[in-house]
Design a binder for this molecule. Structure first.
Ligand SMILES: [Zn+2]
Length: 164
């Protein structure tokens, strides 16, 4: 009788620990997502998922994910982009991007002033600048660039530039 109450107590403790861990995981995954490369918070409309060294990693923007190849020397494959307008997931193979528009959520969040100098300096290197925003098709990308500036490119062309 003594023994069974100890076992019951242990089981109860384990169940409570399990619930606590599950709850913590849930909260951490919903709110605490940070870019693997630059540790900035991941913005929902620029979330990028890539496979790095066989692991699925989350990045704050496509430029950050792709620059991981240059930083680490390991192959990076972007497997999911996010549509800037709808926050919906996109297949990289068919997506378009707008590069260097006047919208850069990464920088707005952390540095209110945009660089005063148009010539990029090595010491001011920022992976997330110029900004790279993803769109589901060329039409929506071109419409966005018409309002905010920047160049429209197929994502696959953009990604190829990083794989050298
Ligand atoms: Zn980042």
């Amino acid at each position: 009788m003594q023994r069974s109450s100890i076992v019951t107590g242990l089981v109860a403790i384990l169940v409570l620990l399990g619930l606590g861990y599950a709850g913590w995981r849930f909260v951490a995954e919903r709110s605490g997502e940070v870019c693997r490369a630059c540790a900035r918070p991941v913005h929902a409309h620029m979330r990028t998922v890539a496979i790095l060294d066989g692991r699925r990693e989350t990045y704050c923007c496509p430029a950050c994910a792709l620059s991981e190849h240059q930083q680490s020397g390991q192959p990076v494959e972007v497997v999911e982009l996010t549509d800037y307008l709808t926050n919906g997931p996109l297949k990289p193979g068919s997506s378009f991007i707008v590069r260097n528009s006047d919208m850069n959520p990464c920088l707005q969040h952390h540095h209110p002033e945009v660089s005063e100098n148009s010539q990029p300096l090595e010491s001011h290197f920022d992976r997330c600048s110029p900004s790279v925003l993803a769109f589901q098709d060329q039409k929506s990308a071109a419409a966005f660039a018409g309002e905010h500036g920047g160049q429209v490119t197929k994502f696959s062309y953009f990604a190829a530039e990083f794989q050298r």
